[in-house]
Design a protein around this ligand. Structure first.
Ligand SMILES: Nc1nc2c(c(=O)[nH]1)N[C@H]1C(S)=C(S)[C@@H](COP(=O)(O)OP(=O)(O)OC[C@H]3O[C@@H](n4cnc5c(=O)[nH]c(N)nc54)[C@H](O)[C@@H]3O)O[C@H]1N2
Ligand SMILES: Nc1nc2c(c(=O)[nH]1)N[C@H]1C(S)=C(S)[C@@H](COP(=O)(O)OP(=O)(O)OC[C@H]3O[C@@H](n4cnc5c(=O)[nH]c(N)nc54)[C@H](O)[C@@H]3O)O[C@H]1N2
Ligand code: SF4
Ligand SMILES: [Mo]
Length: 694
């Protein structure tokens, strides 16, 4: 028997936990958390363990496929890699000749593995790279920038040493990050407090020291009243605020009307509870973390909710603090060189982005654009025609609202390619499917991880591909070779890694010991007294000159959300520990553990509608209907219903997932137009649905 142990990075979700993989005779035998990373405690989550089932899934694309029938009809011709890559390169080249390089757009799942494919786009000559983030954390990112001049990942969360953690639309025990969960549990064992503010009592709420059930859409009201209480009782961190915060006076004036009593009527959370909570929070400060949210693409005021959260962290002095939000270090911060970037091989394309981001919308970061605006540009050929689209590890037909509208917009695309390891609605509606090897069967680029001690980490290939699939670098190399970009053509993963490590004093054998290479022995101390935020004033800017310049208020008055009409509910959604987004429902192991979602509905409206726990209910919106099993509970706000996202698959190739559960994304008609104009993200929870007994 040949056994092998390799270090890898889990790819079942975007947390990307460090793992160690044991294989026997070329098959994966065991996956554990990387034992050299203490906070992993040797564990992976249930999805991480299902990486083996992903390999064994015979219902994933197994060879390159070229569309034979109409788009979406599901008629495919199997192709060799040479044939498929020749075909893709030829189509991209001819579109480039006819419309220019800018006629190619591309979206991916964000994250650290993008350097090579973004370089490919730059080399090709298009500015139109997008990521998924308009459907996820864009509001968090833009709100962080507006206050600190730095992105959301410039700080980390020191859960282990926190004395009070607040989760507001953040369900850490189900939307899992293994290290964060372990650290938070350690903190709670040491007496740290956890407050959960949510529309329903999720698993995090069940573990919390305090659960505050909030009326959906009113989080901003609650937070403004918290700020009011902090300021009127002078509970803020004097040193931090006097040294680093500007705009306190304006904030004081602004929150004056937003008293705890006022908020009670909006949110349903009593003024007493709010006051007690704020007292406790202030007592634990500065070792507090009020998490700014992750999937914060929910309301048209989500950007301002995120800002209010960051402001509270600032008032509590949590920035740069142990047990709070310490700043992370990059290789340069510890005197080391970062990875050599493929992106630097090519000049920046001069064209403006088709989605208007960075020029028509100067308030948004141009880098990843906004995909919903890109789709609009595609449909209208405004400001110019965009004719080819590569969806790379991305399923916008499930991840963005109003699938029918998107398909209509895509009719203007002459060519759609999907690069994926599982079937998805997007792959099904593409012209070519290029099957990516699952993460245990492929290497990836080395990544630089910022942190207290920055490090380089590698994903090694644990086993050879079971089917005719390829690694990212192989696919990009294959296209680069055909499109005259020789700098991006590599013969082996080692060559790719050696390119990246060039000049860093790290060599690829240095990863053999632990799977990662720390770039510093100790975390450097940061002198907070001398610290400058990256805003124009160097302060944490509550009043942002930049926002005002763009015509956006720094402090936006609260607007009460619409109440659902009788018999209707606000559609809310989220994640569970057993699935990742839309792509694991058909995974044999995870499907078995959770084959369908249920619809959470409060027992009072349920009884008015004659709905009992376990009944099948019909959910409708503008003539569209699906059925699903009801979970009748007291633990959800009566105005909301809730489902786990990712279910309701309708692809015949996915025999297990087919027809199981409800697809929340199908109940968001017109949703591409409903987005947060200050934060950029889609507002997914501004939709109402009718529920009745089926
Ligand atoms: N297991 C698992 N883990 C994951 C993922 C996964 O798919 N599965 N995906 C990863 C990704 S991409 C992301 S973005 C993160 C998401 O991580 P989170 O944002 O933490 O996860 P969600 O479950 O989307 O939402 C959190 C909570 O928001 C609540 N909520 C809904 N509406 C409101 C509201 O109006 N107010 C308040 N206060 N709460 C509300 C929901 O009930 C839910 O409990 O998870 C990551 N981790
Ligand atoms: N209605 C509604 N819409 C939502 C959400 C919601 O809760 N409700 N959630 C939003 C959120 S938070 C996000 S992040 C987006 C997610 O939207 P997507 O990013 O589209 O979600 P995934 O299902 O993770 O899609 C990734 C695709 O990439 C493929 N893939 C290939 N290789 C890999 C790999 O190594 N790792 C992973 N993970 N995938 C790979 C998968 O097979 C899958 O088809 O959707 C958003 N949209
Ligand atoms: S949280 Fe789970 S699925 Fe996500 S990367 Fe970590 S082990 Fe994998
Ligand atoms: Mo996300």
């Amino acid at each position: 028997m040949t056994t092998r142990s390799s270090y890898s990075i889990c790819g079942m979700c975007t947390v990307r936990c460090p793992i160690q993989v044991e294989s026997e005779n070329g098959k994966v035998a065991f996956i554990r958390g990387n034992p050299h990373v203490p906070a992993m405690k040797g564990a992976v989550c249930p999805r991480g363990a299902a990486g083996i089932a992903l390999i064994n899934d015979n219902e994933r694309p197994q060879t390159p496929l070229i569309r034979d029938g109409a788009r979406g009809e599901g008629k495919w011709r199997k192709a060799t890699w040479d044939e498929a890559l020749d075909y893709v390169a030829e189509r991209l080249q001819s579109i480039k000749e006819q419309y220019g390089a800018r006629a190619l757009t591309f979206s991916d799942r964000g994250g650290p593995f993008r350097d090579m494919h973004r370089a490919f786009l730059k080399g090709f000559g298009t500015p139109n790279y997008c990521n998924h983030d308009a459907s996820c954390a864009r509001n968090v990112q833009h709100s962080a920038i507006s206050l600190t001049g730095m992105g959301r990942k410039a700080v980390s969360y020191d859960f282990k040493n926190a004395r009070h953690v607040v989760l507001q639309f953040r369900n850490i025990f189900e939307a899992v990050n293994v290290q964060e969960v372990n650290n938070l549990m350690d903190a709670m064992e040491a007496g740290g407090k956890l407050t959960v503010i949510d529309v329903r009592a999720n698993i995090s709420a069940q573990k919390a020291t305090r659960y505050l059930q909030i009326r959906p859409g009113t989080d901003y009201a609650f937070n403004l009243a918290v700020i009011n209480e902090i300021l009127t009782k002078r509970l803020y961190h004097r040193d931090f605020v006097s040294q680093h915060v500007s705009g306190l006076k304006a904030l004081e004036q602004f929150v004056e009307p937003y008293t705890p009593e006022w908020a009670e009527a909006e949110t349903g959370i009593s003024a007493d509870q709010l006051r007690q909570f704020v007292q406790e929070l202030a007592a634990a400060a500065p070792a507090i973390i009020w998490h700014p949210g992750w999937m914060a693409a929910r309301y048209t005021d989500s950007f301002y909710i995120c800002r209010s959260i960051y402001i509270i962290n600032g008032l509590m002095g949590a920035y740069g603090t142990k047990g709070g939000l310490p700043f992370v270090n990059k290789p340069g911060d510890v005197g080391r060189k970062g990875l050599k970037s493929f992106m630097d091989l090519y000049p920046k394309p001069e064209e403006k982005r088709a989605d208007g981001v960075g020029w028509k919308y100067p308030q948004f970061e141009a880098g990843p654009g906004l995909l919903h605006l890109m789709f609009e540009a595609i449909e209208k050929a405004d400001p110019y025609p965009v004719k080819a689209y590569i969806a790379y590890r991305h399923d916008p037909l499930m991840g963005f609202p109003d699938q029918d509208r998107i398909k209509e917009m895509w009719q203007q695309l002459e060519f759609i390619v999907s690069v994926t390891f599982s079937w998805s609605d997007t792959a099904w509606n593409s012209d070519v499917v290029l099957p990516l090897s699952p993460y245990l069967e492929r290497e990836s680029l080395i990544i630089a991880k910022a942190g207290a001690k920055p490090q380089f980490t590698v994903r090694q290939r644990a086993v050879e591909p079971r089917y005719d699939t390829k690694a990212d670098w192989e696919i990009i190399s294959g296209l680069a070779k055909r499109l005259d970009l020789p700098e991006l053509v590599f013969e082996s993963a080692e060559d790719v890694w050696n390119f990246q490590l060039d000049g860093t004093d790290v060599s690829i054998t240095d990863f053999d010991a632990k799977g990662f290479v720390p770039l510093a022995d100790t975390a450097p101390e940061r002198d907070m007294a001398a610290f400058k935020f990256k805003t124009p004033s160097g302060k944490f800017e509550i009043v942002s000159s930049k926002l005002e310049e763009w015509g956006l208020p720094s402090l936006k008055p609260y607007e009460s959300p619409q109440k659902p009409p009788k018999g209707s509910f606000r559609l809310t959604f989220g994640r569970c520990a057993l699935h990742t987004q839309g792509h694991t429902v058909n995974n044999p192991a995870l499907f078995e553990q959770m084959p369908e979602n249920t619809l959470w509905i409060n027992s009072v409206p349920a009884s008015e509608l004659g709905i009992q726990d376990g009944d099948i209910v019909k959910v409708t919106q503008e003539g569209y209907a699906e059925t699903v099993k009801a979970k009748v509970t007291d633990f959800i706000h009566p105005e909301a219903i809730f489902v786990i996202h990712g279910f309701g698959h309708r692809l015949p190739v996915e025999s297990r997932a087919y027809g199981k559960g409800l697809a929340d994304n199908m109940f968001m008609k017109g949703g591409l137009k409903i987005w947060d104009k200050a934060g950029g993200a889609i507002a997914y929870q501004e939709h109402f649905v009718k529920v009745e007994k089926a």
